[in-house]
Design a protein around this ligand. Structure first.
Ligand code: SF4
Length: 354
């Protein structure tokens, strides 16, 4: 564990964490919502620092990023802990694990042992070790993913700084729920190269009841990251009966288009998971419907995911309509594309390609 950087002291020995928009007020001995930031003797400690979980080498398309270094591998990792509690979480065994441990320890009046219990998960990996692993294996991207990177931001940030100090050229990408505080977003400028933000719904009620969060901070983060020049892609997991109406798809698509019509929108299929095991998997027709609505809203780059569909997961030139990147599953093939441009009409294709 390591002392967190994002917090302030309040009058009564409580601390306020400022890493995410939950802005938890944390009494002595207790933790914030994510259960990996704990008030230990008047200091906010990040228990998950140096404890990487789910370490894997994944194609960047799996994150998903479709307009960021296609075909390249990423070293992906997360930690325990999340600032949301999505009932459909596809990685709940990581994201919600620290909360389950915390509850158990609290019952047993052993909350002071939380750091030790969290350390039992994953691998002990310093920022240096992560960067060296990438250099040895020639992996050009580090993806901070699986759980919300904001809750382990200091660990992620130190890793990013190692990639810079060592002049490795390694790129850093976040896969995020968009709940970064404005303080954290300020630190991401020039450090985080790309971010995929989940826009889970356009309905505040959904965010409150299903995720234990709010919609507006997510919308603000998307706008702010775009303003800072961080490459953004957006993902919506479509859950039958919860966020799959035409109206909701239209609201999401129009919001993205109002920022920039080049921002890719990934529409993904849900599979029954965690506390939503009773909800059926998403039908492909719903994804196709969202795809058409996205296109009608003027978005140039709409993709459907978690299902096989070459037509709706490939990239087309926004000017002449030629296919430029053909995708099948997680593989990408440049078919009509050179130096970031369509080979047919020379139109620039938005993204970071090298
Ligand atoms: S990261 Fe967010 S959820 Fe975790 S303690 Fe800080 S404010 Fe609370």
């Amino acid at each position: 564990m390591q002392e967190a950087k994002f917090y302030k002291r309040l009058n009564d020995k409580s601390l306020q964490c400022t890493a995410c928009n939950q802005y938890c007020v944390i009494k002595e001995g207790d933790t914030g919502i994510c259960s990996v930031r704990q008030n230990v003797d008047g200091k906010l400690m990040l228990l998950a620092y140096g404890n990487a979980v789910g370490v894997a080498i994944d194609p960047i398309e799996k994150k998903p990023f479709y307009h960021f270094m296609p075909g390249k591998q990423s070293l992906s990792f997360g930690t325990l802990g999340c600032n949301f509690e999505c009932l459909f979480c596809q990685n709940w065994d990581m994201s919600q694990q620290s909360k389950m441990i915390r509850e158990q320890l609290q019952k047993e009046k052993r909350l002071h042992e939380l750091d030790y219990e969290i350390g039992e998960f994953g691998y002990s990996m310093s920022p240096n070790m992560i960067v060296d692993e990438c250099r040895i294996k020639k992996i050009p991207i580090i993806a901070y993913t699986y759980n919300e990177p904001t809750v382990f931001f200091e660990y992620a940030y130190d890793t990013i700084m190692r990639t810079k100090d060592k002049k490795t050229g390694i790129r850093n990408v976040f896969v995020s729920n968009g709940y970064e505080s404005i303080e954290v977003i300020g630190k991401m400028k020039g450090k985080v190269d790309a971010i995929n933000i989940d826009l889970k719904s356009f309905n505040d009620d959904f965010y409150r009841k299903v995720c234990h969060a709010r919609l507006q901070p997510v919308l603000d983060t998307i706008k702010e990251c775009h303003k800072l020049g961080i490459w953004i892609e957006i993902t919506t997991l479509v859950i039958p009966g919860h966020n799959d109406s035409d109206e909701e798809f239209k609201d999401i698509a129009e919001f993205i288009a109002s920022i920039n019509t080049d921002i890719p929108w990934h529409i993904s299929a849900f599979h029954p998971m965690y506390k939503m095991k009773d909800i059926p998997a998403t039908r492909k027709e719903s994804l196709e419907r969202a795809y058409e609505i996205g296109k009608r809203a003027g978005l140039h780059n709409v993709y459907i995911g978690n299902v096989m569909d070459e037509k709706r997961s490939s990239t087309y030139c926004p000017k002449c309509g030629a296919i430029v990147i053909r995708r099948n599953g997680f593989s990408s093939e440049m078919v009509n594309f050179k130096d970031g441009r369509c080979s047919s009409c020379n139109e620039k294709i938005a993204g970071i390609w090298e």
